[in-house]
Ligand binder design. Structure first.
Ligand SMILES: [Zn+2]
Length: 303
């Protein structure tokens, strides 16, 4: 495939990394793209929980979206995607750190019966939070519309960045894949009609993608299948992994923030406090004596 330039010649991502995003750029257009593939981080996230298949797949899409946005937006810290709605899910969220660590969770009171996006998420909004270590927290909000996470993300980028974007996700039980096209600021085209035509052309070709192609073709073959007449440059893939950010120290801080009276009453009843991480299931046990010490140091721990 002579039309592909690649700066990742030595390592084919498929052979050694199962979870990655790979950027591509059209040499003759102001358009870039990303392809994301998550398998281990996806199964590690969902396997701890008995999610119904539709919830499992939607959470997979949220993970893939967090990885895509994590590759698209520059930040140092944590990016969080979360729905605030009144659907069957009381919570669905995913996180991607700037180090490529992914985690996510879905919560519901009753096992969801309806399986489309609108029923699961309800009327509401998609909240995108970038929690930076060295900058103010950024929060973007877009209404959930178009019946999919992909459509909501498209609206988000149109509203916040004034850039045309298109997202496509396909999840099965073991792997979730995503595909993104996005306009770049004008560089190749100064004429707005030409710029729009170029975008429409690349979009129309991209929209012929099928779930099977996205899952089964290598990135090179997929881009060749969609864009064999275009010059496409593929960049080095960026790896992602599942990692929960919980720790004993954070859990201790959460414990003392509950308040002394409540903690004392739990200890009086159970002799200790057990807190399980909702994301990964890790159980943190705090004995009564340790809780006494924590409560003495609470001022220091909370700041
Ligand atoms: Zn955890």
């Amino acid at each position: 495939m002579s039309q592909f330039k690649s700066d990742a010649e030595s390592d084919q991502p498929e052979s050694n990394v199962s979870d990655y995003c790979q950027r591509f750029l059209f040499s003759d257009a102001d358009v870039r793209g990303e392809i994301v593939r998550l398998s281990r981080s996806y199964t590690d996230t969902v396997n701890n929980h008995a999610y119904p298949p539709a919830v499992r797949k939607l959470l997979g899409e949220f993970l893939a979206a967090a990885a895509l946005l994590g590759s698209t937006i520059k930040y140092d810290g944590r990016l969080v995607l979360q729905v605030r709605g009144d659907g069957e899910l009381t919570l669905i969220m995913s996180e991607c750190t700037s180090e490529g660590a992914l985690r996510g969770i879905a919560r519901y009171q009753q096992v969801p019966q309806l399986h489309d996006f609108d029923a699961l998420t309800g009327n509401g909004v998609l909240v995108i939070t970038v929690d930076s270590r060295h900058a103010d927290t950024y929060q973007g909000i877009v209404s959930l519309e178009g019946g999919s996470l992909a459509a909501s993300l498209k609206t988000y980028f149109e509203q916040s960045e004034q850039l045309q974007s298109w997202f496509y996700f396909a999840a099965d039980e073991q792997q979730v894949c995503g595909f993104m096209l996005q306009q770049l600021p004008s560089a190749r085209f100064t004429d707005s009609d030409e710029r729009a035509q170029s975008w429409e052309h690349l979009l129309a070709l991209g929209q012929t993608i099928t779930p099977t192609e996205l899952h089964e073709l290598s990135n090179e073959d997929l881009l060749h299948r969609l864009y064999h007449q275009e010059k496409v440059e593929l960049f080095t893939p960026r790896a992602f992994h599942y990692q929960c950010s919980c720790s004993r120290e954070r859990t201790a801080r959460a414990l003392i923030s509950i308040g002394k009276d409540e903690v004392d009453s739990i200890v009086a009843e159970h002799g200790a406090v057990n807190i399980a991480c909702e994301f990964c299931g890790t159980d943190y046990h705090f004995a009564a004596a340790e809780i006494d010490l924590l409560m003495q140091d609470r001022g220091e721990l909370l700041h």
